[in-house]
Ligand binder design. Structure first.
Ligand code: AP5
Ligand code: ZN
Length: 207
């Protein structure tokens, strides 16, 4: 299936995308991870880092190119972190057809708690939370034994900016898919297991 996961920063897109990729054997396409792997790459607009560490969107031509390349193989995908504005949504409509768009809905106050407590594996990218999803051994990845670190954009100030950018630029994308009739809303505040169950049922019903 061609699945798009939408939701504010910290809604659980990365966490649930891993489940989708496993279950349907499709690649996880995420502009956030792709940009983090190339944070200091020189583009016509400067480096991704300048935008990401401020919580702002990286310019459209840079992310459009990442997505066009990643989707060129076909055979299904779970896309996460893109599109983040209506211009990106128009671009995406030109290069692929989505089967289902799932919105993980979470309130702003819950997002701040999740993101400031998030820890990620420096080696494999696995996601943890100091309180909600702790690793077996503090600071160590369960999956690969790598060191857990805090993302540079997970400070309280940058988290608030990212949430503002979501309301301003990305919420119109939610309306865009709602009006197109492909949007399915999922309660993102349930436990990760419950969210996954609802998400899987939603995808199965759509494809
Ligand atoms: P990106 O990496 O996409 O970040 P984001 O959208 O802010 O999303 P996050 O990765 O922070 O959160 P998530 O929804 O994946 O949640 P997670 O599963 O980790 O983008 C980063 C930056 O890159 C942007 O700010 C921008 O600069 C740039 N960028 C990226 N794409 C772009 C684009 N298309 N255009 C322009 N710029 C772009 O979960 C969060 C935490 O909560 C974790 O600790 C997790 O363990 C915990 N958790 C998850 N689910 C639950 C649950 N059900 N209950 C309790 N805790 C939970
Ligand atoms: Zn790891």
């Amino acid at each position: 299936p061609n699945v798009l996961l939408l939701g504010p920063p910290g809604a659980g897109k990365g966490t649930q995308s891993a489940n989708v990729a496993d279950e349907y054997d499709v690649p996880h396409v995420t502009t956030g991870d792709a940009l983090r792997a190339n944070k200091d790459m020189e583009t016509d607009y400067g480096t991704p880092r300048e935008f990401m560490d401020a919580g702002e969107l990286v310019p459209d031509p840079v992310v459009n190119e990442i997505v066009a390349e990643a989707l060129s193989d076909g055979e299904g995908y779970v896309l996460d972190g893109y599109p983040r504005n209506t211009e990106q949504a128009d671009y995406l409509a030109d290069i692929t057809t989505l089967d289902v768009v799932c919105l993980l809905a979470v309130s702003d106050s819950e997002l701040v708690e999740r993101l400031t407590g998030r820890r990620v594996c420096d080696d494999c990218g696995a996601n943890y939370h100091a309180e909600f999803n702790p690793p077996e051994e503090e600071g160590v990845c369960d999956e690969c034994g790598g060191a857990l670190i805090q993302r540079e954009d997970d400070t309280e100030e940058t988290v608030k900016e990212r949430i503002d950018v979501y309301h301003e630029s990305t919420e119109p994308v939610v309306d865009y898919y709602r009006e197109a009739g492909v949007l399915r809303e999922i309660d993102g505040e349930a436990t990760p297991e419950e969210v996954w169950e609802e998400l899987r049922e939603t995808i199965d019903a759509a494809v």
